[in-house]
Design a protein around this ligand. Structure first.
Ligand code: ADP
Ligand code: MG
Length: 146
């Protein structure tokens, strides 16, 4: 599949959050974003930046939904469904947590730990891969399908 790739390097958490804020300007209702990268990469930090633009009244609520599978941020101008697939083991788990239902909701879907499930996500999914470069450096690679 053809996609447009953008690489951004950040030097600290604020820069990653700010990049999430800029990135969010490109999103539409129904966008699906897959975040890949290890623990501590900055996936949740990036989501906080997205929330600051799209659901600012909920930005302070953003945290990894590791124990709930999904957090919902309902702002006055939109809604973010923030998933974490860390504890899911198979595609069956994806269906049993009701993931499919969220595609009807007109909100934006963001998935942390999407690595194992990329094939189960829509072809239009924007993939953001975050790699650590030293203690505070991060390389973010954004792939937008065309
Ligand atoms: P994840 O959700 O991928 O596990 P978090 O966003 O929860 O990661 O945590 C990232 C951690 O790394 C935070 O403690 C943050 O302060 C730290 N950090 C250091 N440098 C960066 C950077 N360049 N971008 C994002 N986070 C960074
Ligand atoms: Mg996280």
């Amino acid at each position: 599949m053809k996609y447009k790739e953008t690489v951004v390097r950040t030097k600290n958490a604020d820069e990653t959050e700010n990049f999430g804020y800029e990135f969010a300007a490109e999103l539409n209702k129904g966008s699906v974003i897959a975040l890949c990268g290890p623990l501590g990469a900055g996936k949740t930090t990036f989501v906080r930046g997205i929330a600051k633009r799209l659901t600012p009244e909920c930005a302070s609520l953003v945290h990894s939904p590791t124990f709930t599978v999904v957090n919902e941020y309902r702002g006055s101008s939109g809604c973010i469904y923030h998933f974490d697939f860390y504890r899911l083991k198979s595609e069956d788990d994806l269906y049993s947590c009701g993931f499919d239902d969220y595609f009807d909701e007109n909100g934006i879907i963001i998935v942390e730990w999407a690595d194992m499930f990329l094939k189960s996500l829509p072809g239009s999914t924007i993939v953001v891969n975050i790699e650590k470069e030293g203690e505070d450096g991060r390389k973010l690679t954004v792939r937008v399908p065309e």
